[in-house]
Design a protein around this ligand. Structure first.
Ligand code: CA
Length: 223
């Protein structure tokens, strides 16, 4: 059974918050609610929700500020609820890192539709974090801590393939098939060469021992 996805609602208006909780739970999600920006930020750290619904007008600081702080460390989708309908506000929200916004008053069905769009979008693009490594499939970027790894396209494909299931050992044949397709000569050592290159690039930025060699079988990234 698939685990239920968690939606965090940061909204100080208790009527709206209660209504959203009911309807979003009804749609099959786990719901957490908070009523200030500060509580929202700590819930994001502690609960790691799949999506954040954020009210723009919060008692401590505004939703755009919350979004900016979230974006420093996380790519979790954010939908902002706003009473303001002007272009300047919308542009500010998108620049702050919001993925979408909804103008109050709105129908919960519309919010749910937008929640589903964001979640669908993220499952294919979702950022993977394995220890100090971070992979952004949509941007085709890989990071070790704050350092972007300068990988060739194949190296990126190989690393993200290994990272798709941290800890799992992939044979050379599996890696070849997934990264190069079926067209490699059988005795090619192209996988080993690429692994060596990726390891060097990781080592240059302090990433030691990230990729494990499993003798006679293949490779795995440490879970
Ligand atoms: Ca409010």
């Amino acid at each position: 059974m698939q685990e239920r996805q968690t939606i965090l609602i940061v909204e100080d208006d208790t009527d709206i918050s209660r209504l959203l909780r009911l309807e979003i739970e009804e749609a099959g999600f786990e719901v957490i609610t908070c009523d200030t920006g500060v509580r929202g930020l700590s819930a994001i750290r502690e609960e790691d929700p799949d999506l954040i619904v954020l009210d723009l007008g919060l008692p401590d600081f505004d939703g755009a500020e919350v979004a900016r702080r979230v974006r420093k460390t996380s790519e979790t989708p954010i939908i902002i609820l706003t009473a303001k309908d002007d272009i300047a506000t919308k542009v500010e929200l998108l620049n702050a890192g919001a993925d979408d916004y909804l103008t109050k008053p709105f129908h919960t069905e519309e919010l749910l539709a937008r929640v589903n769009v964001q979640l669908r979008h993220r499952t294919s693009d979702s950022v993977q974090k394995i220890g100090s490594m971070m992979i952004h499939p949509a941007r085709r970027q890989a990071f070790w801590e704050d350092n972007e790894l300068r990988l060739s396209p194949r190296e990126f494909d190989l690393l993200s393939f290994l990272c798709s299931q941290p800890g799992r050992v992939y044979s050379r044949e599996e890696i070849e098939k997934s990264v190069w397709g079926e067209n490699l000569p059988p005795s090619s050592n192209v996988v080993d060469v690429h692994i060596a290159n990726i390891r060097n690039k990781l080592r240059d930025v302090g990433g030691f021992g990230v990729i494990r060699t499993v003798r006679g079988i293949g490779y795995a990234v440490k879970a």
